[in-house]
Design a protein around this ligand. Structure first.
Ligand code: NAP
Length: 612
């Protein structure tokens, strides 16, 4: 292998590959060769744009993206198309496909990266983030760069990953092509402006070093459907069933939608984007508190609609963000509220962002609003993503979702989650505007003989229903192991009958359960705003992982793929810690070694997470 050219393959990867291949027979090697060729073709087909060949660093523009839910990927794809139109040769790469050793030679780099929950990089950019912020990164005096951060200003660590990378690249001696861009849920407008500035500056600078080389055309892959995020498909509702007991404290729905005639296709692991409407009862509460007439026509950004429709269909009204807090403080002259935005008050701000909805602040801090100012202070309504809970091989032109309905009392009034309330209310004659959001990092192994381990508490179990259906339909021979947890066995065992059937028919090989509120647990010192106790004595899936550690480690050592889906804030972090413990204990490794072993699995795509 050492005699062959190995484009974009670093020494470590090459060594690992050589080690793995050495143990194979000739027949197995031929199989690997054919399989790799098919994978490469598949990867090229599923890429939003065909990646241009590398070219010389001095002339080349590299666009990297780190994306958890697909937004950064979409924006980076649009950026690559703009660069092409501007005559700039570009190559577009997901951050984990970027050979880090090339950074030292890179001259022009545009980076689009999101920030997850509590200030984490997306999984596909974890390696790059650690490399750039770590000690081994070279100085980069010849690099010209620009960073666009994506985030959600409902979270305290808004865009922090992008901001850190922007600062770090400058610290390493690189020159900014344009200022750090910060996109909230209104991504497209900010991204377009940022791209325009960065590309204009880049063109200017390239003029000074001579005419640009011929641009390598990037061909958009023709979409098989005319429906997209911007043009969603109105999917008829086929079923909407409560799948928890009548007396369960939470409402969880199994929703079935028809995709017939849409041309939309999905793979297990993908998400369904849903464009919701806000609960009408909440919109009426807003109008009452604001003392505004919902029927009055209001013009905003060139569109005129009744205020009720603006609030119901066009603006985020359930998620609080900094911009709204600032506008409310200014509108009502509330200094105390304005102070909340000062850096020294960030713990208090984080608590407000986590516990309150805008309606709570509107009630607490009265102000006189002009409708136009109100709309300007609110973010546009964004679609919500749900992991698809079905395999098209099993359900044909349908798509199934598992939806936890967010509906609770706080501060003396009813509160809802926008999309879950919308889906819960969708009746069987209704339609839901949807699109497919591919998730290339959350895929079943192409080799059906591999074992898989799935960890999905709560509605995090959704994609694993799709995985098990798919593996059953495709006759995959690998074993399937599910760890599921929820509050009570009696009322909250989602898809209980299906799992029992799957155990019987051999499409599920192991099922480990953790019901957190069936066992006695002590009163927690802390309850969150919805009354959920955070208690260290509860039985969670990670306890089952530890109990089954020896066998779990055996599966992993044997090449099993590992998947986690669900809550990112607590569960994914705690499950990760449990996995480190299991690997350390049963693999005789130090915690640091176990951590990097797991990190490697993440890099290789053998440990994949769908958490938000
Ligand atoms: P949930 O009720 O919040 O939690 C499910 C179970 O997990 C409960 O037994 C809960 O126990 C337990 N749990 C709480 N903290 C935990 C921790 N640190 N580690 C392990 N288990 C823990 O679940 P849900 O409301 O269904 O929400 C699941 C999450 O998945 C949401 O954050 C959602 O955004 C996310 N998600 C959903 C989908 C989807 O398509 N539906 C896809 C991706 C992600 P206690 O409540 O008793 O503490």
């Amino acid at each position: 292998m050492s005699n062959l050219a190995t484009p974009d393959l670093d020494a470590e990867k090459l060594a690992r590959l050589t080690r793995e291949l050495e143990s194979l027979t000739a027949a197995q090697l031929y199989w690997v060769a054919a399989w790799s060729a098919a994978q490469a073709e598949q990867a090229q087909r599923s890429s939003p744009v065909v990646v241009a060949p590398a070219g010389r660093a001095a002339e080349r523009l590299t666009i990297l993206y780190g994306s958890q839910t697909g937004n950064a990927k979409r924006i980076a794809g649009q950026l690559a198309n703009r660069a092409e139109a501007a005559g700039l040769p570009a190559r577009l790469l997901r951050a984990d496909a970027y050979p880090q050793r090339e950074l030292a030679q890179e001259r022009h780099l545009l980076l689009v990266i999101s920030t997850q929950g509590d200030g984490e990089p997306p999984d596909d950019a974890r390696g790059l983030f650690e490399f750039i912020t770590g000690k081994r990164v070279p100085k980069l005096p010849a690099l010209q760069f620009a960073v666009l951060g994506l985030g959600d200003s409902s979270y305290p660590q808004f865009c922090t990953i992008g901001r850190q990378l922007d600062a770090r690249l400058a610290e390493l001696g690189a020159t900014r092509l344009s200022a750090f861009g910060e996109a909230d849920v209104e991504i497209e407008a900010v991204a377009a402006l940022w791209a325009e500035q960065a590309l204009a500056e880049l063109r200017e600078r390239l003029k000074q070093v001579g005419p640009p080389v011929r641009a390598t055309p990037l061909h958009a892959v023709p979409s098989r459907s005319t429906y997209s995020r911007e043009q969603p498909f109105a999917a008829p509702v086929l079923a909407n069933q409560r799948i928890v007991a009548r007396d369960s404290a939470r409402d969880v729905r199994h929703v079935e939608l028809s995709l017939e005639g849409s041309g939309l296709h999905y793979q297990p692991g993908d998400a369904l984007g849903v464009w919701p409407r806000n609960p009408s009862a909440l919109v009426e509460q807003w109008l009452e508190v604001l003392r505004l007439d919902g029927a009055q026509e209001v013009t905003c950004q060139g569109r005129t609609l009744p205020l009720r429709q603006w609030l119901g269909c066009e603006r985020e009204v359930t998620r609080l963000h900094r911009g709204f807090i600032a506008a409310l403080a200014a509108a009502g002259g509330h200094d105390e509220l304005a102070r909340l935005l000062q850096p020294e008050q960030s713990p208090q701000l984080a608590a407000v962002l986590a516990d309150d909805q805008p309606i709570d602040l509107l009630r607490r801090y009265p102000a006189t609003w002009q409708p136009e100012a109100l709309l300007a202070a609110l973010r546009p309504l964004a679609p919500r993503l749900y992991s698809i809970a079905s395999s098209a091989k099993a359900v044909g032109e349908e798509v199934h979702l598992t939806v936890a309905v967010v509906d609770y009392q706080a501060h003396g009034s009813a509160h809802w989650g926008t999309a879950s309330a919308f889906l819960a209310a969708a009746d069987e004659d209704g339609k839901v505007p949807v699109f497919i959001e591919p998730n290339e990092r959350f895929r079943l192994p192409a080799d059906g003989s591999r074992d898989i381990i799935m960890i999905g508490p709560g509605t995090g179990v959704a994609p694993f229903r799709a995985f098990v259906q798919e593996r059953r339909e495709s006759g995959a021979t690998g074993r399937n192991w599910l760890f599921f947890g929820n509050r009570h066995f009696a009322g909250d065992f989602l898809y209980q009958v299906e799992w029992q059937q799957a155990l019987k028919d051999g499409s599920l090989h192991r099922l480990d359960l953790a019901f957190s509120r069936d066992s006695a647990f002590s009163e927690s010192p802390h309850r969150d705003v919805r009354g959920v106790a955070r208690d260290s004595h509860k039985v969670y899936v990670q306890q089952r992982l530890r109990e089954q550690g020896a066998e779990l480690y055996e599966w992993l050592k044997g090449g099993a793929h590992l998947y986690v889906c669900g809550d990112s804030k607590y569960m994914a972090r705690d499950v990760h810690a449990a996995l480190v413990d299991v690997i350390a204990a049963h693999g005789n490794q130090l915690p640091d070694e176990a951590q990097s072993w797991l990190g490697e699995l993440l890099q290789q795509g053998r440990y994949a997470r769908d958490v938000y």
